[in-house]
Design a protein around this ligand. Structure first.
Ligand SMILES: [Zn+2]
Length: 409
């Protein structure tokens, strides 16, 4: 039997061949011919590893290792296998491959779990074909109704069900999964950022998936001639906005705990070189793994902004989006750290700045998540790369954790 790292490398290479854009990264849209090739590969490996294979009415794939207990909830391990257009070979598949190898270790070591172990490969996490994203996981837990699922179409007007049928999937299969059938969900994902690589640490134990707030700030002043209006007679919306923006990073620093603030969109009106700006509209994106941090920074941002309401300046803040941070299960986080220590694998705590299927499941079952380093922090591009050695480390940690959660003897 090949070494774990080599086996992982083989899987990644094999799966990366299933792309619609050879030589230009991985393009694997949901229910495409490349989806079918990947699906067949995953199902074949599941069977090879002694798992009972099943698909649901979304085309999510499940490979189950039965436990001693009948009809008991499963400890699920997995991730998604779709990609963005011209993406990388690791975003998604790294987690599916890790899950397959966790199951393989159960078989290889003749471990019989008390609770079933299930390898899960999810569709349409990226939303690249039907939009929205997280479709496989959201559908499974009932956050996407049958009606809404059926009405989704791709850019050519092809519906989800038509696309499924085209690659031989059965859309009449059961879609919803009772949360009572899930005992836990473990997901390995590439970090898609620079932190682990910089720290030279192979494993990040995800503490929380960050919440997201988007504010839209409007600063209004008075337009005027750039040449004839004296400096002390101006209500310059841009100068005020610039003062506000320059103070925002300080609010995040003050809050600490990896709280981040970003102004990424900035529009000046009327945007003429010789006109004093009378209006500026900009975005403020606030993220943190802890809701209290997010709420504090929102409060401080609002009061900072309103403090500029004088001398002809009028400000207004609108909250466009608020998504709560999701703290992952405390018990599983501890277990992942404990197993890393036992295996002498260095790890650190990390927050996920992006949404994942794990985030969806965290409202329905106990969820744990590991990150591995991304080379140069790159993702969603052909250069995306992670070391199979690191995936192998995650497999070992998940194997020990899964033995514990399935109460294997
Ligand atoms: Zn992903």
């Amino acid at each position: 039997m090949k070494q774990l790292k080599e086996r992982i490398e083989d899987h990644i290479v094999n799966i990366s061949d299933f792309t619609a854009t050879p030589g230009k990264g991985t393009t694997r849209l949901t229910y495409s011919p490349e989806d079918l090739q990947t699906r067949n590969y995953i199902k074949e490996k599941m069977k090879e590893y002694g798992l009972k294979v099943r698909e649901d009415g979304f085309g999510n794939i499940f490979g189950k290792l039965e436990g001693i207990l009948k009809d008991a909830p499963s400890v699920m391990v997995g991730s998604h296998f779709d990609s963005v257009p011209n993406g990388g070979a690791f975003d998604g598949p790294a987690g599916v491959v890790a899950a397959l190898e966790v199951a393989a270790l159960f078989g290889k070591n003749n471990v019989t779990p008390k609770y079933p172990l299930e390898v899960v490969a999810l569709v349409e996490e990226e939303g690249s074909r039907f939009g929205g994203g997280l479709m496989g996981s959201r559908g499974m837990v009932g956050l996407l109704s049958d009606e809404d699922f059926r009405s989704l179409t791709d850019k050519d007007g092809i519906t989800t069900e038509e696309a499924m049928v085209k690659i031989g999937l059965d859309p009449t299969l059961v879609r919803r999964r009772d949360p009572k059938t899930m005992k836990a969900f473990l997901e390995l994902h590439i970090e898609q950022g620079p932190i682990l690589e910089e720290k030279k640490i192979p494993i990040g134990v995800v503490e929380a998936i960050v919440g997201l707030t988007q504010l839209e700030v409007t600063v209004e002043g008075q337009a005027g001639h750039a040449g004839t209006t004296p400096m002390d007679r101006r209500a310059d919306a841009l100068v005020t906005a610039a003062k506000i923006v320059s103070q925002l990073p300080g609010l995040a620093d003050e809050e600490g705990e990896r709280t981040v603030v970003t102004v990424g969109r900035f529009n000046v009106f009327p945007n003429g070189a010789n006109v004093i700006p009378d209006k500026v509209v900009f975005s403020v994106d606030i993220r943190s793994g802890k809701e209290a941090n997010v709420l504090n920074v929102i409060e401080k941002t609002k009061s900072l902004i309103s403090s500029f309401n004088e001398n002809g300046i009028k400000t207004c803040v609108e909250e466009l989006l608020y998504i709560q941070p999701k703290e992952l299960n405390q018990g599983i986080r501890s277990l992942l750290k404990e197993k890393s220590e036992e295996l002498q694998i260095p790890y650190c705590s990390i927050n996920s700045g992006a949404g994942h299927d794990a985030m969806v499941f965290s409202d329905y079952t106990d969820v744990g998540m590991l990150f591995i380093p991304s080379k140069n922090g790159l993702s969603h591009c052909p250069e995306e790369w992670s070391d199979s050695k690191d995936i192998a480390k995650a497999v070992q940690i998940f194997y020990e954790t899964a033995k514990n959660l399935t109460e294997a003897e």
